[in-house]
Design a protein around this ligand. Structure first.
Ligand SMILES: Nc1nc2c(c(=O)[nH]1)N[C@H]1C(S)=C(S)[C@@H](COP(=O)(O)O)O[C@H]1N2
Ligand SMILES: [Mo]
Length: 224
């Protein structure tokens, strides 16, 4: 008995040490994020904002470092004119919008941020979707995907953000671009976007959707 107790205790210790070593359950921040805290804004039009550091980092493959010199954003699939854009095209050629929106993760935390970016529908209209396109699938640098009915993106002024709380989006948060999928659960807010694919597959399921999360991702519905 004594012997098995020792084994159970030591395996518990190994698991606990592993969790501490990998940073699980904690809210570790890089030096870069700490520095951004001093320059980001904390209030906007009377609304208190969360800190960029308030997010819990739980991306499927950890933070991605996108090499902006080689970065291209593609619009593909069921369109008349497939297109490719570099980072500066998105910042310079489209009207700039800002919005305070709250991201709610299914884990129970949320963050209210001033997002700055451009309207994705302007980009999609340029490629002229075919009539058969009814779904938009977003792809990311880490292999993550998620999708939406085309009307959600075209009719709701949905932003693709490049700034948070007045500063350029840091790598952990999705640099260069994160989708501001308002009224949807956090797993719909895809970071490190690389491709916007027009599709006719209404049943397409992204990374978390394939693992049981709701495909609509609507905040007012159950997520699982
Ligand atoms: N590319 C990519 N985007 C992603 C994720 C991811 O793992 N990879 N995680 C999603 C989830 S579950 C949430 S809650 C939000 C915010 O996650 P963060 O706190 O890790 O930034 O990003 C979403 N976008
Ligand atoms: Mo999440």
């Amino acid at each position: 008995m004594r012997h098995s107790f020792t084994i159970a205790t030591s395996s518990f210790l190994v698991v606990a040490l592993f969790l501490v070593a990998t940073g699980c359950g904690t809210n570790e921040e890089s030096e870069e994020l700490k520095a951004l805290k001093d320059v980001q804004i904390t209030e906007y039009e009377g609304k208190d904002l969360s800190s960029i550091g308030a997010f819990r980092e739980n991306s499927i493959k950890g933070p991605q470092q996108v090499d902006i010199e080689n970065y291209v954003l593609k619009v593909t699939g069921l369109v008349v004119d497939p297109a490719e854009y570099i980072y500066d095209d998105i910042l310079d050629d489209y009207e700039h919008y800002e919005k305070v929106v709250t991201l709610d993760c299914v884990e129970g935390w949320s963050a209210t941020i001033l997002w700055e970016g451009m309207l994705i529908r302007e980009l999609i209209e340029e490629s002229a979707p075919l009539d058969s396109a009814n779904t938009i699938i977003f792809h990311a640098y880490d292999g993550y995907t998620t999708s939406f009915p085309i009307e959600y993106i075209m009719e709701n002024d949905i932003l693709m953000a490049y700034k948070m709380n007045g500063v350029t989006m840091p790598p952990e948060r999705g640099y260069p671009f994160q989708l501001v999928a308002e009224s949807k659960w956090g797993y719909k807010w895809i970071k490190w976007i690389t491709e916007i694919e027009l599709s006719d597959d209404v049943d397409y399921e992204g990374y978390w959707e394939r693992r049981g999360y709701s495909n609509s991702g609507d905040l007012d519905e159950r997520s699982f």
